[in-house]
Design a protein around this ligand. Sequence first.
Ligand SMILES: [Zn+2]
Length: 420
Amino acid sequence: MTRRTLVFLLSVAVLLGAGGLGLRGTWPWTRLSDTVPTARAIVVTQPFRVVHDTLQRGETVSALLLRQGVTGLDLRALASALRFDPHRIKAGLVFSVRREGAADLPTHVEFRPNADQWLRFVRTAAGNWTGEAVPIHWTMDTIRVSGEIQSNLYEALDRSVSDATLDENERHKLVYQLASVNGYTLDFSRDLQPGDPFASVVERQVSETGEVRFGRVLASQFTVGNKTYQAFSYPGANGQDAYYDANGTALKRAFLVSPVDFRYITSGFSFSRFHPILGLFRKHEGVDYAAAAGSPVEAAGDGTVTVAGRAGDYGNLVEIRHRDGIVTRYGHLSSIGLGIRPGLHVAQGEQIGRVGMTGLATGPHLHYEFRVNGVARDPRSIRSEPGAPLPNHELADFRRQRALLSELLGGSPGTTPITE
Ligand SMILES: [Zn+2]
């Protein structure tokens, strides 16, 4: 007997058996028609599917919508009512498009342009689109983050703050923020040393979907050697937070300590990788900051550009004259900022060029000089010049806030939720 014959015979046996049982009304299983009322057939009138599409680099939102067959949806026309900026929608944003019916027509478009809201667009029967902003709620608490520097601040925060409290991305942003708050008094790439303790009081926000981000830095304290640098936030005249020392003197100074934002300093990641010439001051009358090529270089203070161009070993150089006989120089730039030329007035923090290795340089870095009446000085020495004091009538209020923040700063080491 061949295999095929066997299969045929078995099939016949099964059919005969089933037929016999059916005829006798003794199905071994319950016939649906006997016990269950017949359900009305479900007619799917609105089958739908949801397609996700990601905005590609260099692509416009209109191009993405067109690819999805979405027509007549003018985001720009709906933008102001929904309070979002269509120009700030970045590559990588995921759009969900819901398509319905046999025609597979797009009827809903949804995306999240920022951390605070969803945007939903629905096509009406008339073929127009209506938009709706759905806010995402964040609750806020205050945490204390503290620890001790072993190699650098990134590593110290990674050690003392758990992922559940703040993820790595937020921890690194907090490092930049702490460097920025203390940017007139501390050079994070040169000053912090192993064993230095630090603490900060930070707002933390948790969204209804469980995301965590940090808010404002309320206070920070870094002990470098035997000196303690404190920063207390206090609302300034423009409603924005400003930072003050314990006496109510503004931390803001006429000069930034470092003309390269700490986030770009490559040596900031590890002191063991600290380039031997970095920080050496006397030999070449300046400070070198190792930073990725192309990192923005900022004017350390308000002043007038006196040199902007090629200058021997300096390579591309910008020189700025400030008041009180102070001159700053920025060398080895890969490029000089557009429109930066002699005679131009620049403001503190304004971008004047980008880090490079033009002139006599073995790797990308900024050569920074700070000269007073022609004599090179360590830019860190300028931190002795005091900032503006708070007006007298605000001092009592400031002291109340400072007392509260000081108490929060002084808690036990590690990360502690302070309020819920
Ligand atoms: Zn140098």
